[in-house]
Design a protein around this ligand. Structure first.
Ligand code: G6P
Ligand code: ZN
Length: 565
């Protein structure tokens, strides 16, 4: 039979009596769809929701409207390869072409990692980009899909932009789209879609060149030649081709060092989140007798990372601190750092580095977008979050493979193992024991109730003791952006204890089902004899105090957290 879109075009021609030469651009009537409010990182919903009639189209139209239209503009289009990525790409291309965009730069087969897309937006000075991803959430027909917009600085859209997008979702009544065949995205090169150029690029080349400009590739290659072994788990997601090209082909890590390297629409049935739970195979290997020297993993769209040495898991908060203390060993950072930044729930380990080295240190709300202004203004060079995100001013997203390469560069320069790096770091700066407890799919009202009950205690908690720890302060974090003066309220509840411990309560902004309660637990240790405890044990009294204060078990009905990182 004939191609469905051709059949549809013929049908439309018959219905409207339009002529052949103007028939391929149509205006589709629609109405607002509820719930299209972008969250921490774009709009994420079940794939089946995104596949409902006009759901994707409405949101894409809202992006276009929210940024003042796409006429004459150049955009980057990236994606993590999850189920529906290929279909969604064709829709976005057809809508952009129908609405006068001049060029879309798209990764081959509609694949491009989030940090690579950020780089492409910056390098080609485009008007921004659209990334199709639900990050570390599983993919597939029954799992998650997502779409986010990044601004011309390469970073996630700030709230002012996402608010405009959300407003547009509530008022739109039609969208223009071409009725055409699919564009072939399997070959690198330029094709024409209506009046728009579709430029299909190898998604790895420019990114690899950027990494080469920041790191001492010769030193890392020598490290591999000396027998240093690495396992990089791409988790069946987008970084597979990047890691193969850079770690194996360019730096000479033995073939097979990169595993699960072929992006698959359902991430091999797994959960592409680089943490000890979801990257369990890698953790098991790294804690076995046959452990290589270095293990790493990245998430669905390539912006998160996990670092683990031989029997040495590195928490994201510690990773940020170690990188901040040693980044100058890599050529791209040899001039030192302008400053560092972390999200509020991230541990204070990096603050200790900043204090000792005389660096400015910023505390922002959760979400990479809050680092953008600091990076743009040259106030910070390195940023990181407890949610496995680390990055620098080289792009405006966190960057998984970048973190891996910076670690490797530092290990190559120092000749130390991962465990030695941690030991020396804790000896010099002290250790911030840290753990995050997640309660997933909690009843939304129960979770709100818990948060409200905490808010009601802000005035009465200070001075009271729980599990032997005295509360020093209790408040809700809000942020005044030092660059543009914007104010963000309600960014997580902080309970600080005397002596430096802390419990933070926050509701996730990225979940798609119910509420996810995150409890971030931290305690400071400066005793050299106490540096190697199990974090759950070291944090036992903070954990108990958090439970006493918040009544987590009673309010959520959960005896245990679903995930402890
Ligand atoms: C995304 C953002 C991160 C943020 C994380 C928080 O991954 O890119 O910057 O830290 O979401 O997720 P949460 O589920 O805690 O809101
Ligand atoms: Zn991600």
């Amino acid at each position: 039979g004939s191609h469905p879109s051709i059949a549809r075009a013929a049908y439309i021609m018959k219905q409207t009596g339009r002529q052949e030469d103007d028939m391929d651009r149509i205006t589709v009537e629609t109405q607002p769809i509820e719930g299209q409010k972008p969250g921490t990182s774009g709009l994420r919903k079940k794939t089946s929701v995104f596949m409902e009639p006009r759901y994707l189209e409405n949101f894409v139209q809202a992006i276009f409207t929210g940024i003042g239209g796409v006429a004459g503009k150049t955009l980057v289009l990236g994606g993590d390869g999850r189920y529906f990525n290929d279909r969604a790409a064709q829709v976005i291309l057809r809508m952009a072409a129908a609405q006068g965009a001049s060029r879309i730069i798209v990764g081959q087969n509609a694949l491009m990692s989030t940090p690579a897309a950020s780089n492409m937006i910056r390098k080609r000075q485009t008007d921004g980009g659209i990334i199709m991803s639900a990050s570390h959430n599983p993919g597939g027909p029954d799992e998650d899909f997502g779409v986010k917009f990044n601004t011309p600085n390469g970073g996630p859209a700030p709230e002012e932009v996402t608010n405009r997008i959300f407003e547009a979702t509530k008022t739109l009544d039609s969208y223009d789209i071409l009725v055409t065949d699919d564009v072939d995205l399997s070959e690198v090169g330029e094709t024409q879609l209506g009046d728009m150029v579709v430029e299909v690029v190898d998604p790895v080349v420019d990114y690899a060149a950027l990494m080469d400009s920041l790191f001492d590739f010769d030193a890392i290659a020598k490290l591999f030649q000396s027998g240093f072994r690495i396992r990089y788990d791409a988790m069946h997601a987008v970084t597979g081709p990047y890691a193969k090209a850079i770690l194996e082909e360019r730096l000479g890590a033995p073939a097979g060092s990169v595993v699960n390297a072929v992006p698959s629409p359902d991430f091999g049935g797994g959960h592409p989140d680089p943490n000890p739970i979801w990257a369990k195979d890698l953790m098991d290997l790294m804690y076995s007798d046959d452990a290589p020297d270095f293990g790493a993993a990245s998430d669905g769209d390539g912006d998160r990372n996990m670092i683990v040495g031989r029997a040495a898991y590195v928490t994201p908060s510690d990773s940020l601190a170690v990188l901040a203390a040693n980044a100058h060993l890599a050529p791209g950072y040899s001039g030192g750092l302008k400053g560092v930044a972390r999200s509020m729930p991230t541990s204070g380990a990096v603050d200790r580095v900043a204090a000792k080295r005389g660096l400015d240190c910023y505390e922002t709300p959760t979400g990479w977008k809050f680092f953008g202004n600091l990076l743009d203004a040259g106030r910070a060079t390195l940023c990181g979050e407890e949610s496995a995100g680390t990055g620098s001013d080289h792009v405006r997203e966190k960057d998984g493979l970048w973190a891996v390469l910076l670690w490797l560069n530092i290990l190559a320069e120092t000749g130390k193992s991962v465990q030695q790096m941690l030991d020396d770091h804790w000896t010099e700066f002290g250790r911030n024991y840290y753990s995050r407890h997640d309660y997933e799919g909690v009843d939304a009202a129960a979770a709100e109730g818990l948060m409200n009950a905490l808010r009601a205690q802000f005035d009465t908690l200070p001075g009271k003791s729980f599990a032997g720890r005295t509360v020093a302060s209790a408040d809700e974090f809000s942020y005044d952006d030092p660059v543009d003066g914007s104010h963000s309220a309600g960014q997580g509840i902080r309970i600080s204890f005397e002596g430096g411990g802390r419990a933070v309560f926050r509701l996730s902004g990225t979940g798609t089902v119910g509420a996810t309660l995150r409890v971030y637990l931290e305690d400071v240790c400066e005793d050299p004899d106490q540096m190697h405890k199990d974090p759950q044990e070291a944090l036992a009294d903070i954990i108990a105090a958090a439970e006493e204060i918040a009544g987590i078990k009673e309010r959520t009905g959960r005896a245990e957290p679903d995930v402890r990182t």
